[in-house]
Design a protein around this ligand. Structure first.
Ligand code: MLT
Length: 260
């Protein structure tokens, strides 16, 4: 596994062959993909960027999912990758992956929508983003992670997998105030991707934890029903981060998808 500094976003990379871009959720970093960087290195060239203000990427004046989509595609450019790539994103990363599907359909070989949803924020969710932005500006990045922590794992996994809970805390320690404010703003203002779904023509894998407490699995079922060439994989004993809670099952689903 190598760490590569590119002009814009810092990237963790592993493997070789067909490119697979993995975009992290909120308020995480590329570290959340360690089980995939290690476990899928024989299945493709895995590239996991840190979004601006997270992990090792400096904060940037980027406040929209479209700008984040452009920054993620610039990662492929910086790596000299012009062939179509499989793009996967978890939760917020999925919002960005959907923006990539809208903005760069010709650069996609496949799409992976992981623990995410197609819809935009409603009025209440937007108001909560505004409150969280104020809190981050006043108190720094920690409250965003502390607020989400009790909902991230399947309820039984806090006791069953204390090491996963600890790893999540370590991942969230990589968020900065600039990153948190940027991401909350981009998520608050993201467009509704529901109308896009029926026009997605690349093979699409939708993965969701059966016990996701952040985004109900019905959102995944609705996306899979609306995307023509899609398959849905629900993962038992997993919440919002199935790639960490059930890494082997998650990797198996991705590996199968990449090979077909
Ligand atoms: C995430 O996990 O990326 C976020 O919880 C998504 C969101 O807040 O909408």
């Amino acid at each position: 596994m190598t760490d590569t500094m590119i002009p814009s976003l810092h990237v963790q990379a592993s493997g070789s062959g067909a490119p697979v871009l993995l975009i992290h959720g909120f308020p995480f970093t590329s570290r959340m993909w360690h089980p995939q960087l290690h476990g899928l290195a024989d299945a493709g060239r895995i590239l996991a960027p840190d979004l601006p203000g997270f992990g090792n990427s400096p904060a940037a004046p980027t406040h929209s999912v479209d700008a984040l989509a452009h920054a993620c595609m610039a990662v492929l450019d910086a790596q000299g990758i012009s062939e179509p790539a499989v793009v996967g994103g978890l939760s917020m990363g999925g919002y960005i992956a959907l923006a990539i599907a809208r903005l760069y359909p010709q650069r996609l070989r496949g799409l992976m929508l992981l623990s995410t949803r197609a819809g935009a924020d409603g009025a209440e969710a937007k108001a909560n983003r505004d409150k969280a932005i104020t809190t981050a500006q006043e108190q720094g990045p920690a409250p965003a992670g502390e607020g989400m922590f009790p909902k991230l794992l399947a309820p039984g996994n806090y006791d069953a997998q204390p090491q996963t809970a600890e790893e999540l805390k370590a991942i969230m320690a990589g968020a900065t105030t600039g990153g948190v404010v940027m991401a909350l703003t981009a998520m608050r203002d993201r467009p509704d991707s529901t109308p896009l779904l029926s026009s997605i023509s690349v093979p699409t894998l939708v993965v969701h934890g059966e016990e996701d407490q952040v985004i109900p699995k019905g959102e995944a079922e609705a996306m899979a029903a609306a995307i023509p060439n899609s398959q849905l994989q629900l993962i038992p004993n997993a919440g919002h981060v199935p790639n960490l809670e059930q890494a082997e099952k998650f990797n198996e689903a991705v590996r199968k998808f990449l090979s077909t």
